[in-house]
Structure formats: structure tokens, C-alpha cells
Design a protein around this ligand. Structure first.
Ligand code: DC
Length: 220
């Protein structure tokens, strides 16, 4: 069984996807973390962000793996090295959308995401899961929230990670990423026609998890 959860940054996708996966005993696949791991690799190799050919070659060579911890959280590996914390750095967040917009880079990730999802029942969160990666997913959800609420949530999350950012910086980052992720030519952020739309602006995490759990049970 495949459950697809898409939406913009700060809508609550990753926390909700992790909890749903844990509840169902499914694998949780954070596809954003994969693009972040690639971005880390590009930075470590000091690749020119404008040199698309070198970024594509780097993506084809990359070895990305993921596992789930007991609490359902995700560990991500790049060439066998645990990069779970490193990929949350602001320098990664600032660049990730520019790497994720490259068609050939997305094709490499698509192959990996499909391979992982076919091995086990999975919950995937991302931007294009219900539209491109698994258009036949058993259940699709699109999580959204009003922009100021998403900024507040992302700000709180980064504070908890110990990152020194201002609300204004988070606002600018989310705005930039929304623009690039929704406007790109290949696999843009978009609600699948058959996805259930949930505005989480005034909902707690538990309420969103409850709503999704109910929808999943309706089907099975
Ligand atoms: O979910 P996140 O904020 O960690 O994702 C980081 C970036 O990766 C996001 O700004 C766009 C890109 N991404 C994507 O293009 N497609 C996905 N399926 C997941 C993430």
C-alpha cells in the first residue's frame, strides 16, 4: 500500500507522514530529505550550481539510503554516511529547490523513490508523490496551510533545531521555495486531482493524523 502526502513546506507533512507510517507499521520515506542529501553532496564537492551537467552526473553517482528509527523518524545516508542532521543546515535549505528543479536529477530520485516504495508498504511525503512518483497511490493527501502559519511553524521548528534565524528570513525562504517548487516545468508542486485537500492552519498535528487515519480506514 502506498500513501502519498504532498504539499508546501511548513504544512505539517513530515510530522504527520512519520506518525501515520508509525501507526500503520509502514516505511516513512521523506523525499525532501533525498533532495537535501544531493544538495549536501553538491556543496561538499563544491560544484557550480549553474553547471547543470555536473549536478546531473553527481546525482547519478550518489548513493542515498534511508532507514526508520524506532520512533518512526528517519535516518538518511549519503554514501553510507549518516547525514540526517547535516541536511537541515540553512545553506542546504537555500539551495535545494534549485537542484530539485532539474529534470534529470528528478528522474534519478524518481527511480529511487519508486524502488523504495515498492519494497514495502510506505508513506511518502513530498511535492510530486501523488502526481508523478505514485500516481496510482492507494490514498493521496494534499496538506496546506495559510502562508503566515507555515512561516511560524517552520520558524519554531528551526529554533528547536538550534538554528539562529529570523522570522523574516524564514518568510523569504518559504516564499522563494514555494515559487520555485510550484513554478518549475518538471513535476511541480501541485495537488493531484484525486488527492484529499486538508487545510491544517487551525488543526493540531493529532487532528490531522486522526483525519488521515479515518480516510485510510474508509478505503480498506
Ligand atoms: O520537504 P523539504 O522542505 O525537506 O523539501 C526540500 C526541497 O526539496 C523542497 O523545497 C523542494 C524539493 N522537493 C521536491 O522537489 N520534490 C519532492 N518530492 C520533495 C522535495
Amino acid at each position: 500500500m502506498i500513501i502519498a502526502i504532498d504539499g508546501p513546506a511548513g504544512a505539517g507533512k513530515s510530522t504527520v507522514a512519520r506518525l501515520i507510517a508509525q501507526k500503520l507499521g509502514f516505511l516513512y520515506i521523506d523525499t525532501g530529505a533525498m533532495y537535501r542529501a544531493l544538495t549536501l553532496k553538491a556543496l561538499e564537492k563544491k560544484l557550480d550550481i549553474k553547471n547543470t551537467a555536473s549536478l546531473i552526473e553527481m546525482a547519478r553517482d550518489a548513493k542515498i539510503d534511508l532507514t526508520n528509527n524506532q520512533d518512526g523518524s528517519l535516518k538518511i545516508f549519503l554514501g553510507g554516511r549518516d547525514v540526517t542532521s547535516l541536511i537541515r543546515q540553512p545553506r542546504i535549505t537555500n539551495l535545494v529547490s534549485d537542484i530539485a528543479k532539474i529534470k534529470e536529477v528528478r528522474q534519478v530520485m524518481l527511480g529511487l523513490q519508486r524502488k523504495l516504495g515498492k519494497q514495502r508498504d510506505s508513506v511518502l511525503d513530498g511535492r510530486d508523490i501523488g502526481t508523478v512518483v505514485f500516481p496510482d497511490a492507494d490514498k493521496k493527501f494534499y496538506l496546506d496551510a495559510q502562508f503566515p502559519e507555515r512561516v511560524k511553524r517552520r520558524y519554531k521548528e528551526l529554533q528547536e533545531l538550534g538554528q539562529k534565524v529570523t522570522l523574516k528570513e524564514v518568510d523569504v525562504d518559504l516564499h522563494n521555495r514555494d515559487t520555485i517548487d510550484s513554478g518549475r516545468e518538471f513535476a511541480p508542486l501541485k495537488k493531484a486531482d484525486d488527492a484529499i485537500y486538508i487545510d491544517t492552519s487551525r488543526m493540531s498535528i493529532d487532528e490531522v493524523v486522526e483525519k488521515i487515519s479515518k480516510e485510510i480506514k474508509v478505503k480498506s
